[in-house]
Design a protein around this ligand. Sequence first.
Ligand SMILES: C[S@@+](CC[C@H](N)C(=O)[O-])C[C@H]1O[C@@H](n2cnc3c(N)ncnc32)[C@H](O)[C@@H]1O
Length: 230
Amino acid sequence: MSRASLEKEPHEVAAMFDAVAARYDRTNTVLSFGRDRAWRRATRAALALRTGERCLDLAAGTGVSTEELARSGALVVGLDLSLGMLAVGRKVRPAVGLLAGDALALPFADGALDAVTISFGLRNISDTAAALREMARVTRPGGRLVVCEFSAPVNTAFRRVYLGYLMRALPAVARRVSSNPDAYVYLAESIRAWPDQAGLGALMAGSGWADVTWRNLTGGIVALHHATRG
Ligand SMILES: C[S@@+](CC[C@H](N)C(=O)[O-])C[C@H]1O[C@@H](n2cnc3c(N)ncnc32)[C@H](O)[C@@H]1O
């Protein structure tokens, strides 16, 4: 695959994830120094799912995020565009419900869900605002959204070190552990190009979501944005 471009069509994004699927879970844990597990637990806590609630985990990939959410006792289903990621997920997590589909045309009726969440996926969807509006469409009034996504470290000195890691060390590490290192160049560049906490908050507020708040994890490397369907 050629060097990652940030302007990707949905089928190109899916193909990129097909190519990293086999080692996706392990690569994440290595590149994040194991922090990914804590970020997933924090996402589950922020959603505060109750037994029997219906929740969609969008851009679920191999279902690693979906599996954590299902511990809540809610009815959680994951959805993803990459058949390769879904195939790995179905093999290693047979108990997790996973569907093929596009975040921009969800196979759910208006207001069908109590909660929608997306972990490390919103950045990869070609039209962020359209995806947020589609999530709002399928969520009932009063239902909630939690977005777990890479963001901007708040401390300036830490941000400098982190950006150095992202642009230099991360692709080098990925070359050793991933089945498609170019995808991790795309990862680094897409994190750098992504809006900061306030920027994403404003995008959510303009795309059908109310009461938008956020909290930083690991100094702002990741942010959890919470909103309710007005
Ligand atoms: C970085 S993975 C995140 C997987 C998982 N949620 C996690 O926390 O590790 C991003 C996923 O977004 C999916 N994706 C990108 N565009 C999509 C779209 N339009 N609809 C559904 N999934 C999409 C990709 O196929 C990929 O599996």
